[in-house]
Design a protein around this ligand. Sequence first.
Ligand SMILES: [Mg+2]
Length: 264
Amino acid sequence: MRTLPPPDQAQWLLSFDFDGTLHDPAAQPPVIPEFFEAIQWLRAEKQALWGINTGRSMEHLVQGLIESRFTILPDFAIVREREIFLPNAVGRFVGVKTWNEACDRDIAKLLKKSKRLLKKIRDVVEEHTGAQWIEQPGEPAGIISRTEDEMAWIIEQVHLIVPPDSALGWQRNSIYLRFGHKDYQKGSSLTAVGMIFGIGAEGICAMGDSHNDLAMLDDTVASRIACPSNAVDDVKQHVAAQGGFLCTKPCSAGVFEGLAHFFG
Ligand SMILES: [Mg+2]
């Protein structure tokens, strides 16, 4: 798998969430072939770069690209909502050292500083819910709930416990929650990718379906935003409020529809 030949002068940066936006595990194939045709057309006609912006780890994303039979390698990948990777000449993803190291360092420092807050949250979660607290290498603080409703309740408690001026942030994707730093999420990471390629918000298009996409579905990050029809209600409301495009089709068919709306 290779990237498309680079454009002479990149004009657009397209950022897609993976699960539930491009990838539909219930569909065969999981990503419609028309999506890849659209990406090739956008490269040739609009000088567009494209990438995946996901909560998955790099390893898990590569697995997903292979399973979904991606025919073109993305020009960038943002994983765990915050780490930036670019493919090298032989198609291997290499981390952007300065950004990823600053991100690791700032998050480790903040989580250490927020120990008391996290303990408080953990106690509430373990006392009142059946959710599981996650603490492991590479995933220092996270929660997996049993249901979406349970996670919604947990988020309410997190809001009550964490003072608004704290830098402690969290990313929710369905029943999964990951604690981190407010400065490192899909939006700030996408802006950082834009800076690497010399493209600002006016040249960025972002599409996503879940809560962890909200940060990139924002007009300060991307001038063109959309969500597939299967997006959660909070995302649909947010996209509508920002003057974005609500696709009528789910997953990659919706993405294709969104690209045609913006660039067709
Ligand atoms: Mg998603």
